[in-house]
Design a binder for this molecule. Sequence first.
Ligand code: ARG
Length: 460
Amino acid sequence: MSKKLWGGRFSKSTDEMINEFQASISFDKRMYHEDIAGSIAHATMLAKCGIIADADKDSIIAGLKKILTDIEQGNFSFDVALEDIHMNIEKRLTDAIGEAGGRLHTARSRNDQVALDTHMYVRKEVVNIAKLVFDMQTAFVETAEKYSDVIMPGYTHLQRAQPILFSHHMMAYFSMLSRDFSRLKGVYERADIMPLGAGALAGTTFPIDRSFVADQLNFESIYTNSLDAVSDRDYILEFLSAASIMMMHMSRLSEEIIMWCSREFSFIELDDAHCTGSSMMPQKKNPDVSELVRGKTGRVIGHLMAMLTTTKGLPLAYNKDLQEDKEGLFDTIDTVKFSLAVYAQMIRAMKVNKDVMFKAVSDDFSNATDLADYLVKKGLPFRQAHEVSGKAVHYCIEKKIWLKDLSHDEFKELSPLFEADILEAIKPETCVKNRNSFGGTSYTQVENQLQLAKAMLEKQ
Ligand code: ARG
């Protein structure tokens, strides 16, 4: 009978299939670093509080450091029968240093231990992800500056609406990512609370010092309720939610990129290094990265739904259901990191077809609002100006021409308020330049956004 660390009250060994079913080692082994750091802090505290001897603490710490090196060098074989990372490490420690190893788990349960490890892991990865968000934001700023004179149609209902600067469009994504960044900061704050010392659920009979452990592990605060400490998975839910929103943003961008590089739009060209071909159709160059990011967004949102569903019916405190928090969490971390990293590269390398974008605003009616605004500035109420402009568009559609092709007489016929300067007023450049309200698409306003963005990045 294989000896379990909890084997005392059992007279039979665990069924082989159950061993495998309940084990989390295949995925929670990635928290080995956090588990060892947490155990070192715990052992240090136990000795400081006189709960274990200094000599035991020293051999525990030396043993744990050796295990860390062994894992990092690939000299550690993880055992499914030992369930999870916590017991794999503890068993190896006890095998190596004997009785002192058995003292490490004093005043601790795997329930507060796993909570500690996961908090630390989330905290670490949130910082890594925030760095990638920062880089992606920088890529948007660079691209906006590189193509600062490019005009494109802005859309509503996916119909050409009004001319905008391409850089304005890029900076919209910058703004979305700024909110993602601040959501990640919120996740960090909620992960930065130390659960260890909650024991299995009710605290411990030993005179521990939780603040000391929190200080050693750099936690801002400690959980004030032991039941909450071992049951709380809000920080994971918040992370999955922040990640889902961020992926949703990337998915919207993906949808645009996919359209823009279609032959129908031809607004951009992606670098060959970021596309794939077809095994059958020799001409194909497919935007797989965008399609995959759009696809993976569904997976990340799925993890959020799974975790909400898993937790919604759980009584306090720990239930094994909570072990299900990890795979979705880890997969989300990996997916978000990979998506952000490839996207930043792809955005930096993409080429913008300025002429095609410009043709889409000059051979078009997206200046019809400006035609109406012109009349309003000459004194006509907006509703009437809207009507005149609508009639002008209708007339041009019938004649198969654009507003810019109307003759002086035709303009006069539509409204006596039109003067020779109307042609200048409906040029795409003028339409863009005149949208100078705060946050608008004018060159000045976009430049202002860029300045604010750069100042923000410097602070981040
Ligand atoms: N592997 C477990 C998890 O991830 C660790 C905690 C197990 N606690 C217990 N009482 N069985 O949730």
